[in-house]
Ligand binder design. Sequence first.
Ligand SMILES: Cc1cc2nc3c(=O)[nH]c(=O)nc-3n(C[C@H](O)[C@H](O)[C@H](O)COP(=O)(O)OP(=O)(O)OC[C@H]3O[C@@H](n4cnc5c(N)ncnc54)[C@H](O)[C@@H]3O)c2cc1C
Ligand SMILES: NC(=O)c1ccc[n+]([C@@H]2O[C@H](COP(=O)([O-])OP(=O)(O)OC[C@H]3O[C@@H](n4cnc5c(N)ncnc54)[C@H](O)[C@@H]3O)[C@@H](O)[C@H]2O)c1
Length: 482
Amino acid sequence: MASSDGMIDFLVLGGGTAGIVGAKTAAGFGASTVLVEQGRTGGDCLWTGCVPSKTLLSAAAQAKTLREHTGREADFPAVRDRIANTIRTIEPVDTPQALEQAGVEVLSGRITFTGAGTAALDGRPLRFRQALIATGAQPADPGVPGLDPARTVTSETIWDLTRLPARLAILGGGPIACELGQAFARLGSEVTMIVRSRILAKEIPEAVDIVRESLTADGVTILENSSVTHATSPGDIQLQLADGTVVGASIVLLATGRTPRTTALGLEHVGVRVDGRGHVITDARMRTSNPLIWAAGDVTAHPQFTHLAGVHASVAAANAVLGLRRRISTAVPRVTYTSPEIATVNSTDGGETGRSRTVWHSHLDRAVTEDRTEGFTRLLVGAGGRVTGGTIVGPRAGESLAELSLAVHKKLRTSDIAGATHAYPTYSDGVWNAAVADVRERLASPLTGTAIKVLARIRRLAIDGGRISSGPGTRPGSGGRR
Ligand SMILES: Cc1cc2nc3c(=O)[nH]c(=O)nc-3n(C[C@H](O)[C@H](O)[C@H](O)COP(=O)(O)OP(=O)(O)OC[C@H]3O[C@@H](n4cnc5c(N)ncnc54)[C@H](O)[C@@H]3O)c2cc1C
Ligand SMILES: NC(=O)c1ccc[n+]([C@@H]2O[C@H](COP(=O)([O-])OP(=O)(O)OC[C@H]3O[C@@H](n4cnc5c(N)ncnc54)[C@H](O)[C@@H]3O)[C@@H](O)[C@H]2O)c1
């Protein structure tokens, strides 16, 4: 909270993941901290992002099983109730009360900067020493002429639908489109995705091919390299595509990317620069072009993930309050929670160097026992056998990713992973087997092969020369010496 002279040490703009983590970190270091939120604390992740979408995916997987086993359809209002319950269960850690308990004063309203060290909260002046911009992002509007707003939803409003759409058209092919598209198809909607590029353009093609096949098997029609020119809606919506195709829909979901919330923040009054798309520019310490103003989360140009929002905000708050020079990690993990999942760390289509080791899940015993052999585990390996990244495709691939993320973050070698025993049979065996394959191949190099032969020869000579024997009284671990 603000000190007695009204000066705030650390002012946080926005109460999503970045704002909450940044504020709690700063208050934990003893800074007088004020967080301002214009709506509900908790942000996109809790209310309209990760939490509802992962619950929906889980409910949709159960709906598919129900239909396959009984022919019965899932009850959409029950799915909505389940989402609301999940949010209610997770919400308490993000409430203003939880923040106040952590020593953060929470103010409600819309904030803008007014000058150096000053801001206005709905007209009320505030003074601060340092600030964190954590105002997030919102769905981009692709601007389709003729689209009926009453039958158009985004990732923010799709959760208000009271009935399952009979025909759902989705503009976009990123993680939002793929996750929600698969979920609604499994719940029983007829889903068509219209994508300007290919789906999941950041992921490697072999991974995307598997997910595309799975989406198609669930009944999703995917129209890639397509764009909508305009819409008409006498009766159902008709989306006119550039190639002449017409897609009919009862509801249209816009999932064409997210725009940072930087307009009307008064950034020009504090010298905070933004890039061409409106993202706040930061350095690797999360400092903006104003050395006393920091930024984290979707408002920056970093990838838009909850885990990055939290970690980057914590780095920003520690640097701001304690004057540290911490830098953000370059290991960036991400998971797309389709079935199967694509889990990746530092691997992008076209951005890979060094060698790769791939274990196809047709050779992974856990995948075989579960009849889910469509995926693979790929390790990217750099100089000296260091793990530089990787991609895993399969059920719960995100869980096996943790080991790869640690390996990349700590610059571990494949021999480190190979040397750690992994429980059998697990999907993590894929990471292990790929690491073992890499080590084996390196051992097969002429130099290492010669060294191994020399060692084996010395051992043989020692046994033949009688210096080591298996006579009675030899203790295990004594090296066999008598
Ligand atoms: C459908 C969907 C699914 C997702 N799934 C995942 C996932 O599975 N895993 C993952 O890692 N990420 C996921 N994401 C992304 C994740 O939700 C975001 O990266 C994360 O929520 C960003 O947090 P943030 O704090 O930067 O922004 P936000 O959560 O958007 O918080 C910003 C806050 O600032 C407030 N604000 C804005 N302007 C002002 C102002 N002027 N004054 C006061 N307050 C203001 C807003 O009201 C908001 O509460 C998903 C996103 C979506 C849409
Ligand atoms: N599992 C997760 O971690 C998760 C899940 C959902 C969202 N997110 C985050 O939210 C961000 C936003 O997701 P997103 O899927 O909206 O965006 P995105 O930027 O990842 O993908 C946008 C997609 O829309 C397409 N597109 C753009 N304009 C179009 C148009 N006019 N017509 C048709 N297609 C068009 C692009 O080709 C692309 O496929 C993601 O980048 C991700 O960081 C993460």
